[in-house]
Write a protein that binds this ligand. Structure first.
Ligand code: ADP
Ligand code: ZN
Length: 434
């Protein structure tokens, strides 16, 4: 399998640590002189740029949170002067006020480099034609993937979201070989194609690059079998860059982090102390080369592991495990921590159900309740109430064995849950309103 940038992606651990140390020192010096927010934080801690010389020194630096970005909205953490900024993106705002990120020309260049690394690692070459169906616009997904694939030299169809029927027709007619979008949208597209009567064997699709929201192994299999392609994970967040911060390789055991540009740590979200390899905690990034909005120890709120061991693909960048959820996605139901992804895995393990579901959490008489609404697949649909009840019971039993919660399952008609064009939303927590 090809590697886009062998020198960087496969560098030795010593070489990399030396490069990261130099870059870390440089970025700390840069923000100290250009971001008043960081200068005062460092002064409070009695730190000067020269105190940071190697990667081990990173623990001396302060954390940055989403709240810091909100408090300094819109451009307070920007380090480069306005005249150097060539593009501005805004995060989706899934969890509140959007954060604004400015990029210099150099930042955009690095971004298209890391996306080219990712797509090369998925097996994409100049001969591929890729449809980018992440939203184009303020969201980083569309343009981020677009520039990287162009940089690699493959053809891009900038499909964006919406207009799924036209999109499906073009995937067929233009012999599109790859698609980049959210896993939710990939499912929606698969359904659209099925409705339009396209069989996957008539398509040339072979590679999918999916990300921007958590998804499970079972979802991967579902999408692969419905679209007839191999699905790869791509991860990123606008605060740090956008898609391409990490990417899977052909081994598909975790996603390699572009460590020459982003220094990762895993911390305990409560005590904030660093955690070891293979331990689940909050992912934290320090940007090592960014000019527009460099961030020190940014707390992503994404929960995962940094994996130990070497990857057989030859890349030496550390791998992060699948995102289990965001710390703020985690539902606490009757004191039990539940991630929507756990429920998704159970639903997908039953052939009777579509991977379309909504979790409704409520509080009645001071007791939390969980209702799972899930669509039945057309081939299992029946008006025999007892059969439907047996499906409900089987799902409720399986859920209980995984999360120890008695959930009420409601089976819905095929097609009754609204499909998402971008990031899917699976949770309605009515307790927040009470
Ligand atoms: P917002 O925080 O407003 O959603 P972004 O659009 O920048 O902003 O989304 C970044 C977030 O999306 C990440 O922090 C992570 O929670 C999620 N995400 C991105 N890629 C993946 C992925 N491959 N797997 C799981 N979650 C992902
Ligand atoms: Zn690998």
């Amino acid at each position: 399998m090809a590697v886009w940038n062998y020198t960087k992606e496969c560098m030795s651990a010593d070489e990399r640590a030396a490069l990261q140390g130099r870059r870390l020192h440089r970025v700390v010096e840069y923000v100290y002189h250009n971001t008043p927010f960081y200068r005062s934080k460092m002064q409070e801690l009695g730190l000067e740029p020269n105190d940071i010389q190697t990667v081990e020194d990173i623990v001396k630096l302060p954390y940055t949170t989403k709240q810091d970005l909100r408090d300094n909205y819109p451009f307070g953490l920007q380090a480069a002067p306005k005249s150097e900024i060539v593009r501005v993106h805004a995060s989706t705002g899934t969890t509140g006020k959007p954060t604004i990120v400015g990029y210099t020309r150099k930042d955009i260049g690095i971004w298209s480099e890391i996306v080219a690394r990712a797509f090369t690692s998925f097996g994409v070459s100049r001969d591929d034609a890729f449809s980018v169906a992440y939203g184009y616009g303020m969201f980083t997904g569309g343009l981020g993937a677009h520039y990287g694939i162009e940089n690699l030299g493959a053809t891009v169809l900038p499909a964006s979201t919406g207009n799924s029927e036209k999109h499906a027709r073009l995937i067929h007619d233009l012999e599109i070989t790859g698609i980049a979008c959210t896993p939710s949208y990939a499912l929606h597209l698969a359904e659209t194609m099925e409705k339009m009567g396209y069989d996957k064997s008539e398509l040339k699709l072979r590679i999918g690059a999916f990300g921007a929201e958590p998804w499970t192994e079972s979802m991967r299999k579902e999408i692969e079998s419905r679209l007839g392609l191999k699905a790869y994970n791509i991860y990123g967040l606008s605060e740090i860059m956008g898609p391409g911060v990490s990417y899977e390789c052909e081994c598909q055991e975790g996603s390699h982090i572009n460590e020459d540009h982003f220094f990762p740590e895993i911390i305990d979200p409560k005590s904030l102390s660093p955690m070891g390899r293979d331990e689940v905690g909050e992912l934290v990034f320090t940007t090592l080369t960014k000019e527009g909005m460099p961030l020190l120890r940014y707390r992503t709120r994404d929960l995962c592991t940094l994996m130990s061991g070497e990857c057989p693909c030859g890349r030496t960048f550390v791998r992060m495990g699948r995102i289990l959820g965001r710390s703020d996605d985690m539902l606490i139901i009757r004191g039990i921590n539940v991630f929507p992804s756990q429920i998704e895995s159970v639903i997908l393990s039953m052939p009777e159900f579509e991977p379309q579901y909504i979790l409704i959490v409520d509080r009645v008489d001071n007791l939390d309740s969980l209702q799972i609404q899930v669509e039945i697949r057309p081939q299992f649909f029946t008006d025999d109430v007892r059969t439907i009840e047996s499906f409900q019971k089987r799902l409720a039993d399986k859920i209980r064995s995984v999360i120890s919660i008695n959930a009420v399952v409601r089976v819905l008609f095929p097609g009754s849950i609204e499909r998402s064009q971008g990031k899917g939303n699976h949770v309605i927590d009515n307790r927040i309103l009470k």
